[in-house]
Design a protein around this ligand. Structure first.
Ligand code: ADP
Ligand code: MG
Length: 351
């Protein structure tokens, strides 16, 4: 049932605003794919073009290789959960979930069965007779999901479905998406501005910025080799610096930072990068007198860790996340320390 989605040269203009610039994208059948980007980057426009709610200004959309660019939304094998849910407030839960089946002409006994199955899928057994207004935000979210899933779509489109839920519910619904994806086998396309959501759920993701795709890949590939500084920052790699030198050295690059040289595996990188990012969770205070000399510029308690600002001997600023239990007592702003960049701390960027 899962369907491959292809976008070729898809652009979208609204008057003088170009929301999308000639996008090329291939989403595999059955993949959990995420469009990650900040507000206004073109995520919803892309989703609407896939769903058939918007027409591209140029380019084509393909499902399993078939051109569906001119196919209307209601004839596409997609269902969408919109950000505002768009539930019918005057209908019961079961009427909401069964609406599409009724429009399709599904006979009542079978309809009831399918509605109950869908409610069961989202853990809302027995909620069919409730009114929508009586439900919590998380339950309404589940009804919207059930309403989309009951149609057994080959493609499920989710536009910021967790925005507006509190943190506990977000976690719970996040797990639910993973489970539903496995269970239905459909191609899921999720739109979000939340990097944790994207990193934990996606098989692959696209980072969007100003109507363009900056990078497509599996979360670990993007984390390990961001294409550029924008992508690095977007996936939470905030410490970016230009090393004193980077030299190709067999399978490694020899990266010199503030007088210390580190061997960093090349990965797939052919060209010598200019900048690197430092993973703050791989920076530690040195147990010995070796390591990079640094001065503490700030420290903030963050619960399980301390966030510590470090000014390196060469002037670069990086951030370290030090587990609270290993944070030395009495270290303060202006103190001189030695820090180790542990294995995996240095992330090479393509550009
Ligand atoms: P995102 O979902 O990533 O926040 P959108 O795809 O909604 O971004 O919007 C991308 C750009 O297109 C934004 O600059 C937005 O203002 C513009 N845009 C989206 N829809 C319309 C519209 N119907 N009319 C005019 N501009 C629009
Ligand atoms: Mg949007």
């Amino acid at each position: 049932m899962a369907i491959t989605i292809g976008l070729q040269g898809v652009s979208r203009r609204y008057g003088s605003v170009t929301a999308l610039h000639e996008l090329d994208l291939e989403i595999k059948a059955g993949e959990f794919f995420t469009l990650l980007g900040s507000s206004g980057s073109g995520k919803s426009t892309t989703l609407k073009i896939i769903g058939g709610f918007e027409q591209p200004s140029t380019g084509s959309v393909f499902f399993d290789g078939q051109d569906v660019t001119r196919t209307p939304a209601n004839r596409r094998p997609c269902n969408t959960v919109f950000q505002n849910l768009a539930l019918f407030p005057h209908m019961t839960v079961a009427e909401n979930v069964g609406y599409g089946l009724r429009v399709q002409g599904e006979a009542k006994p079978r309809r009831i069965e399918r509605v109950n199955d869908a409610l069961s899928l989202v853990n809302l057994d027995g909620y069919g007779d409730r009114g929508i207004a009586m439900l919590s935000g998380g339950q309404q979210q589940r009804v919207a999901l059930a309403r989309a899933l009951v149609m057994e779509p080959g493609i499920l489109l989710l536009d910021e479905p967790l925005t507006g839920l509190d943190e506990g519910l977000r976690q719970q619904m996040r797990d639910e998406f993973g489970r539903l994806h496995e269970k239905t086998g459909a191609t899921f396309v999720l739109v979000t501005h939340n990097q944790d959501e994207a990193l934990t759920l996606s098989d692959r993701m696209a980072i969007m910025h100003d109507g363009k795709i900056e990078q497509v890949g599996a979360p670990e590939d993007i984390l390990n080799t961001p294409n550029n500084e924008f992508v690095a920052r977007f996936v939470g790699l905030e410490s970016i610096l230009v090393p004193e030198s980077i030299k190709a050295d067999g399978k490694n690059f020899a990266v010199s930072i503030a007088g210390q040289t580190y061997a960093v595996p090349r990965g797939g990188l052919e060209r010598t990068p200019q900048k690197v990012a430092i993973r703050s969770d791989r920076v530690r205070f040195s147990e010995t007198a070796t390591g990079v000399s640094a001065t503490i510029s700030y420290r903030h308690f963050r619960g399980r860790h301390h966030e510590v600002g470090l000014r390196l001997a060469d002037g670069a600023e990086i951030t370290a996340e030090i587990p609270t239990e290993s944070m030395p007592d009495g270290l303060g702003i202006g103190d001189e320390v030695k820090v180790d960049l542990q294995a995996g701390a240095i992330i090479l960027m393509k550009n």
